[in-house]
Ligand binder design. Structure first.
Ligand SMILES: NC(=O)c1ccc[n+]([C@@H]2O[C@H](COP(=O)([O-])OP(=O)(O)OC[C@H]3O[C@@H](n4cnc5c(N)ncnc54)[C@H](O)[C@@H]3O)[C@@H](O)[C@H]2O)c1
Length: 360
């Protein structure tokens, strides 16, 4: 068991964080969250635990917020390409500068471990590429660029007292209190369940690495508990080779899982044909005892069971609360956040702390 017991998890209120923070708490970590709460009202299933949380924007934190922690797990970000395309400055400020500001305060405050939630998207995508941690980074969107720049500047802060590690995740799937239906497997499964159809607009051939949200939580724990020298200033693709799937394969698994559902392949010109497979040999070599416990099949099954339990309707599946870009647009349109994506007075009560859980 490691000594890094007191941890700050930023973005603990998001899709990954609302699974990871309770998981680490169940593992006897003393967990504190830090989150501005953009998606606090976007709850699909009840929270797994109450995590004490500092309600702050990453851009407003000070060194005081980092005092007394052994480690930081940094998840907070604007978390996909469409948001980056909506306003590049927000993604640059929050994902890029916000990360480095946090890391500098962490280092000043004597935090020894800093785990950054990055993405395989930073490799860019090209036909038939298999990317490992030494592959050139070719970000094609502001989101991907923000991850590349944050990682580069983070690694510059490494020294004998401060060990940053970058975990480059594939696309994450699985049930979370703060559900997202804007990622591939969650979207395919939600659509299958609520419409009886899985529709893909490409020819189904593009590859994606996918990983279950609970496995991501466990993988970050493995990094946290690893001897310093094995993870110091290192980047890892987080996943396993069998977790590379073609989109058509993901869709077929969903169809096989959800009774009565059918697959519609309607290739369209200009459809998303981005493709890449990730090489996970470094993760396997470094963490030989670690097993990824979830497969796409078991993950789709888990989602289907949960959707049955809560009676997921098509209107829930398409609700703005579960698509990050749509919800942020709603916060802007309703003037809950201003043009810099900071909360306004209007916001306070209506959106930050009001839980609109679909289940009671
Ligand atoms: N979900 C995926 O498939 C995936 C894949 C690869 C990498 N990642 C990375 O993992 C991390 C978590 O992803 P997620 O899917 O949970 O995203 P999410 O959007 O569900 O959660 C992000 C959380 O960060 C918080 N946040 C955003 N900006 C903030 C700010 N300025 N100050 C404080 N808090 C802020 C949000 O309120 C939210 O709770 C992100 O860094 C994302 O880029 C996610």
């Amino acid at each position: 068991m490691s000594n890094n017991r007191r941890i700050l998890i930023t973005g603990n209120n998001g899709y990954i964080g609302s699974v990871m923070a309770p998981w680490l708490r169940s593992q006897d970590y003393d967990v504190v969250g830090l989150d501005t709460g953009y998606f606090s009202a976007c709850t699909l299933v009840p929270d797994l635990a109450e995590i004490p949380t500092i309600r702050k924007d990453l851009r407003e934190i000070s060194a005081k917020d980092l005092a007394g922690f052994d480690a930081v797990i940094h998840l907070a970000a604007l978390s996909n390409d469409p948001i980056g395309n909506l306003n590049e400055a927000w993604t640059r400020e929050i994902n890029g500068q916000g990360t480095i500001r946090l890391a500098k305060f962490a280092k000043q405050s004597g935090v020894s471990r800093f785990i950054f939630s990055s993405s395989c998207i930073m490799y860019g995508m090209s036909a038939a590429a298999v990317v490992d941690e030494t592959s050139p980074l070719a970000p094609r969107t502001q989101y991907a660029r923000s991850k590349v720049e944050a990682e580069r500047d983070l690694f510059r802060l490494a020294d004998e007292h401060f060990s940053p590690t970058s975990c480059r995740n594939g696309t994450v799937y699985g049930l979370s209190p703060r559900m997202r239906f804007d990622t591939v497997l969650n979207s395919l499964t939600g659509s299958a369940f609520t419409t009886g159809r899985v529709e893909i607009h490409s020819d189904g051939k593009p590859w994606r690495p996918v990983v279950h949200v609970q496995d991501v939580a466990r993988a970050f724990q493995a990094v946290l508990e690893a001897p310093r020298e094995t993870v110091h200033n290192e980047a890892f693709n987080v996943g396993a080779s069998e977790l590379n799937h073609q989109i058509g394969d993901l869709a077929q698994i969903v169809v096989d899982t959800i009774p009565g559902c059918r697959l519609a392949m309607t290739p369209q010109p200009g459809a998303d044909q981005r493709t890449y497979q990730a090489d996970f040999a470094k993760f396997k070599r470094t963490f030989p005892a670690f097993d990824f416990l979830w497969t796409v099949r078991s993950g789709a099954d888990e989602l289907c069971t949960a959707f049955q339990r809560i009676g997921l309707r098509h209107a829930d599946f398409t609700d703005k609360r579960f698509t990050r870009l749509s919800w942020l647009r709603h916060l802007l349109d309703s003037r809950c956040v201003d043009g810099s994506l900071r909360w306004t007075e209007v916001a306070a009560d209506s959106n930050r702390n009001h839980d609109l859980a679909l289940t009671g």
